[in-house]
Design a protein around this ligand. Structure first.
Ligand code: RB5
Length: 142
């Protein structure tokens, strides 16, 4: 499995932490930046990860900004992208089961590393239920 990750400056530390967490799980990580603390604009990083997922260069994307909100909004403007903010453990489970999210999003300034690592585990260890949920997902892009 290959996962594309990116963040703005506000999500940099969390993004790097997530990269380490994924590598520990022997997952290939495609780090699309940012790579330092200079202020950058989060829509560009949402675009990079959305493109990697849509082009099948990654099986899943991870995005981080300060709250996870702005970068989610941008990612979801790409047809075919289902970016979900994992704001709770229950959400981490449900966005796989029901939404089959192809980008998961975290808030670098609003979440702890312990919670983020736990939610990544939950998401990766949950299966999409398909069925009626696939029909609803198909409706998202019509
Ligand atoms: C950057 O200061 C901040 O606005 C951004 O990381 C994000 O939280 C926007 O939604």
């Amino acid at each position: 499995m290959r996962i594309a990750i990116a963040s703005d400056h506000a999500g940099l530390e969390m993004k790097n932490f997530i990269g380490d967490v994924l590598k520990e799980k022997k997952i290939e990580v495609l780090d699309l930046g940012t790579n330092d603390t200079a202020s950058v604009d989060y829509p560009h990083f949402a675009d990079k990860v959305a493109k990697a997922v849509l082009d099948n260069n990654a099986d899943l994307g991870v995005l981080v900004c300060g709250t996870g909100i702005g970068i989610s909004i941008r990612a979801n403007r790409h047809k075919g992208i289902r970016a979900a903010l994992l704001y709770s453990d229950e959400t981490a489970e449900m966005v796989k089961k029901h939404n089959n999210a192809n980008i998961i999003v975290f808030g670098g300034r609003t979440m702890t590393k312990v919670d983020v690592a736990k939610r990544i585990d939950i998401f990766l260890n949950t299966e999409f239920e398909g069925g009626r949920h696939q029909k609803r997902i198909d409706l998202l892009d019509m």
